[in-house]
Write a protein that binds this ligand. Structure first.
Ligand code: PLP
Length: 385
């Protein structure tokens, strides 16, 4: 790749790829060496230095997708997130976090930060004014996630970036749900993007990985932390992730197309009381989503009527898999109240809008007719007579 202005699917397929000079093979070779010829102490090549040929190549692909100067690949989304937070926060600092972030991130903050004397606040809501209210004189970082899980609420990227810049606060976004295909937060002034690459970037429910994309200067700072904490991804998995991202653009597009149709179908369904999908005109953040996303994504959630037995519904599904994870090419569903949000108190769940009949749906690439038929037959079986 030499031309600078390639379009998204071309970047997915070709950015950062390694040339097989020896045999002229079509795809990047895998370099598994954990020992390379010694150059000097600062530039030695070593997996935990995040600079093996495959690590460097894939980092370039992710940076190209997120329109950043640089990127780093980690062994999981949480490895990426924890390394970023530990790089930019120190004893005495304060962080403002969106109230409905990923459970693992919340757990990291609530279970560990007091040990490092790092203060934190969760916002009351998702408006820029909610974030402003939570800022203190020692606030160093604002952490957001949009669309949010599982209610697909949208945070205003431009407004948050503007607020943070006016107070010299760093902004970090978890861009997992949108993927760089639908949302590139750097263009709106957000400083650092993190991903659970286990989800859309991987896309086949067969690998665990994380990524960070930002300026070279911030990557240099994160790198200094990461080479001491570890958390690099094996070159085998890096190679799989590189292969996965080649189809990221077409996968996300197909999934998004399916999700939009399913959202409309569920929205009209007699057994469904509510559908949360930013692509529905009735969604409170529809306009905002349209402004900052290039598509509304393939995640949605919905609530079933009281006379549908939710447990029976799950058991009756034939095609759609009940699954904790998301974003694979296969359609999956889960009950947030019993899985991702099970550790919250019932009161906290209610304040966050997580009812017992709320179902989260990660829409896959199957034929829409088959997905709809599966939901239809499961609802019939689960109807309490
Ligand atoms: C899964 C997920 C994570 C954590 O990623 P892992 O790869 O499981 O460590 C972080 N954020 C979001 C939004 C996720 O869905």
């Amino acid at each position: 790749m030499t031309k600078k202005s390639y379009k998204t699917n071309t970047i997915c397929t070709h950015a950062g790829e390694l040339k097989d000079e020896q045999f002229k093979g079509a795809v990047s070779p895998i370099y598994l060496s954990s020992s390379y010829e010694f150059m000097d102490v600062d530039t030695k090549r070593y997996p935990r230095y995040f600079n093996t040929p495959n690590q460097e190549a894939l980092s370039k692909k992710i940076a190209a997708l997120e329109h950043t100067q640089a990127a780093m690949i980690f062994s999981s989304g949480m490895a990426a997130i924890s390394n970023v937070l530990l790089t930019f926060l120190k004893s005495g600092d304060h962080i403002v976090l969106q109230n409905d972030i990923y459970g693992g991130t919340r757990h990291l903050v609530e279970s560990q930060f007091h040990r490092y004397n790092i203060e934190y606040s969760f916002t009351d809501g998702l408006e820029a004014s909610d974030f402003k209210k939570a800022i203190q004189p020692n606030t160093k970082l604002i952490y957001i996630e949009t669309p949010s899980n599982p209610l697909l609420k949208i945070v205003d990227l431009k407004a948050i970036a503007k607020l943070a810049k006016s107070k010299q606060i760093l902004t970090v976004i978890d861009n997992t749900f949108a993927s760089p295909i639908l949302q590139q937060p750097i263009g709106f002034g957000i400083d650092i993007v993190v991903h659970s690459a286990t989800k859309y970037l991987g896309g086949h429910s067969d690998l665990c990985a994380g990524a960070v994309a930002t300026s070279q200067a911030y990557i240099d700072a994160i790198w200094k932390m990461a080479i001491t904490t570890g958390g690099n991804l094996s070159d085998f998995t890096i190679w799989m992730l590189e292969r996965s991202i080649k189809t990221l653009g077409i996968r996300v597009k197909a999934q998004t197309k399916n999700a939009k149709k399913i959202a409309n179908y569920l929205n009209k369904h007699h057994a469904i009381t509510k559908v949360h999908y930013p692509g529905l005109k009735t969604h409170p953040d529809y306009k905002l989503a349209k402004q900052q996303m290039r598509g509304f994504g393939a995640m949605l959630s919905f609530e079933v009527k009281k006379d549908i037995n939710v447990k029976t519904f799950f058991k009756a599904l034939n095609l759609i898999k009940p699954s904790m994870s998301l974003a694979g090419v296969e359609s999956t569903m889960l009950l947030p109240s019993e899985t991702s949000h099970a550790l919250l108190s019932p009161e906290d769940r209610i304040t966050q809008g997580i009812t017992d009949s709320l179902i989260r749906f990660s829409v896959g690439i199957e034929d829409i007719k088959d997905i709809v038929e599966d939901i239809e037959q499961a609802i019939t079986i689960a109807a309490v007579r």
